[in-house]
Design a protein around this ligand. Structure first.
Ligand SMILES: *Cc1c(COP(=O)(O)O)cnc(C)c1O
Length: 404
C-alpha cells in the first residue's frame, strides 16, 4: 500500500478503517428538500447545506464537491472554512456560491470575508470594532451581514430586549456592513412533537425583524432564515426564504420525534438515506480457547472457544468507549458482538459464526451489510449520546472515500 504520512495517527490504522460517502444518497437527500419546496406555495425557497463540524464528520473536503452544485448556499461555522470554499471554487473554475459563516468572526477575519464576498452573522455589539476595521481597510464592497435574533435559544444574537437599542451601530456602519439577512435558531424542535415553543420563537422572530426593518430600512427585502433540518421538515411556517439543513442532508433524522411529526405534517415520511458507512479491515483473526479473557480489565471471558477479529480501530478514531459490551459490528452480513472494552486503537469482535477460517475480514461499524445494519442512531444510543455527536467525532484522520 502506498501510504503518505499525513500527520499524527495517519499511518496503517487510519487506512485500515475508512469512511465511505455515498454521493447518490447525498443527492437523494437534497432532492427530498427540493421536493418540500415544490409542495410549498410561493417563490422558490433557497436550500442551504450546513457543513460545520467537518461536515458532520463526513469530511469537509470530501463533502464540499458533492454538495456545491446541488444547493444554493453553504453554511459554515469557521471563517477559514468559508475561505476554503472560495479557494475550491477558484481551483475548479466554479461560480461562487453564497457562503455564510454562522459562527463567531474576529474583526480581522471580517475583513478577509468581505474581500472574498462571504456573508457573516452579526450577533452582538462586538461588531462595532469590526465595522471600524472594515472602514479602515477601504474595501471595494461592504461585508454582507445577517443579523442574528435570539428568539429563545439563549445563545448568540440580539434578544428582543436589545432590539433596536443595541443595533443602532448598524446604521452608522452601513457603508461597510450591508445588512442583507436576518436569522434565528430554534431551541426545541427536535425533542418534541408539540411545537408550542417553536411557534413562540417564530412570533419573536417576526417582532424582531419588524423592529430591524423599521430601524435600518434596508434597500431590499431581508433574506429570512430560521429552519434547520427538523423545522424545515415539520414546521412549514418556519421555512421563509432559506433552509439551513444539516443532519438530514447526511441522511439522518434529527430525532425520533421529528420522524413521527413528519408523518403527520407531510402525510408520509420521506426516505432519508444515510450517506456514511464506516468499515474496518481486521488486523488479526484467531481462536481463543474457552476461559480466555478479552481486553483491558478482563471484563469479558469466553465461555466457549471463540474466533475473534482484532480490528485496528478504537476510541481514538471516534468509536465510543461507552459502547463496550453493548455494540455489534457486521461481518459477512452477520452481527458480531463487541467483546470487552473498546480500546484506544483496538476493538475485539466475535466472528465465530461470521466467517469460516482465519483469513482477514472486513467489518462494518456503521452502515449496511446484507440484511443487517448499524445506524448512527443505534451506535449513539449505546454510547448514551446523540448521533450528531457521534458523527462529528469521527476522527478527522480517517480516510474518506466517495462512492456512488
Ligand atoms: C447546526 C445548525 C443548523 C443545522 O442543524 P441540523 O439540525 O443539523 O439541521 C442550522 N442552523 C444553525 C444556526 C446551526 O447551528
Amino acid at each position: 500500500m502506498n501510504v503518505e504520512h499525513g500527520g499524527p495517527g495517519a499511518g496503517f490504522a487510519a487506512h485500515a478503517s475508512w469512511l465511505e460517502l455515498s454521493a447518490s444518497s447525498l443527492r437523494h437527500n437534497v432532492e427530498v428538500f427540493r421536493a418540500l419546496e415544490a409542495v410549498a406555495a410561493g417563490p422558490r425557497r433557497r436550500l442551504g447545506a450546513v457543513l460545520k463540524g467537518n461536515a458532520y464528520g463526513h469530511g469537509f473536503r470530501q463533502t464540499l464537491p458533492l454538495v456545491h452544485a446541488g444547493v444554493d448556499l453553504l453554511y459554515l461555522i469557521d471563517p477559514l472554512d468559508a475561505l476554503a470554499v472560495r479557494a475550491f471554487e477558484r481551483e475548479q473554475g466554479l461560480a461562487p456560491r453564497q457562503v455564510l459563516v454562522l459562527g463567531a468572526v474576529a474583526p480581522e477575519e471580517a475583513v478577509a470575508l468581505a474581500r472574498e464576498g462571504v456573508d457573516a452573522v452579526v450577533a452582538d455589539r462586538s461588531w462595532e470594532e469590526a465595522g471600524a476595521l472594515l472602514r479602515a481597510a477601504k474595501l471595494e464592497r461592504p461585508l454582507r451581514a445577517h443579523v442574528h435574533i435570539d428568539t429563545g435559544l439563549g445563545r448568540e444574537g440580539f434578544t428582543l430586549e436589545q432590539l433596536p437599542r443595541d443595533t443602532g451601530f448598524l446604521s452608522e456602519y452601513r457603508d461597510v456592513l450591508q445588512v442583507v439577512g436576518v436569522l434565528s435558531h430554534f431551541a426545541n424542535t427536535e425533542d418534541v412533537t408539540e411545537q408550542g415553543y417553536a411557534l413562540a420563537q417564530l412570533d419573536a422572530f417576526e417582532t424582531g425583524m419588524a423592529r430591524l426593518v423599521a430601524q435600518l430600512s434596508p434597500a431590499r427585502p431581508l433574506e429570512r432564515h430560521i429552519a434547520a433540518s427538523a423545522a424545515s421538515l415539520v414546521l412549514p411556517r418556519a421555512r421563509y426564504d432559506a433552509l439551513r439543513v444539516g443532519i438530514a442532508l447526511y441522511g439522518l433524522w434529527p430525532s425520533v420525534e421529528t420522524r413521527l411529526s413528519a408523518r403527520l405534517v407531510l402525510g408520509e415520511v420521506p426516505a432519508l438515506k444515510p450517506v456514511l458507512t464506516w468499515k474496518c479491515r481486521s488486523q488479526a483473526v484467531k481462536w481463543l480457547p474457552a476461559g480466555s479473557y478479552v481486553g483491558y480489565g478482563c471484563t469479558y471471558r469466553c465461555s466457549e472457544p471463540t474466533r475473534i477479529a482484532v480490528l485496528p480501530v478504537g476510541y481514538f478514531d471516534g468509536y465510543p468507549r461507552l459502547v463496550s459490551g453493548k455494540a455489534h459490528v457486521l461481518v459477512n452480513g452477520r452481527r458480531c458482538a463487541v467483546l470487552g472494552r473498546v480500546m484506544m486503537n483496538h476493538l475485539i469482535v466475535d466472528v465465530t459464526r461470521a466467517t469460516t477460517d482465519e483469513r482477514p475480514v472486513t467489518a462494518t461499524l456503521l452502515g449496511h451489510d446484507g440484511e443487517e445494519s448499524v445506524s448512527a442512531e443505534a451506535l449513539a444510543t449505546w454510547a448514551q449520546t446523540i448521533h450528531y455527536e457521534l458523527v462529528t467525532r469521527l476522527g478527522a484522520h480517517l480516510r474518506r472515500v466517495v462512492v456512488d
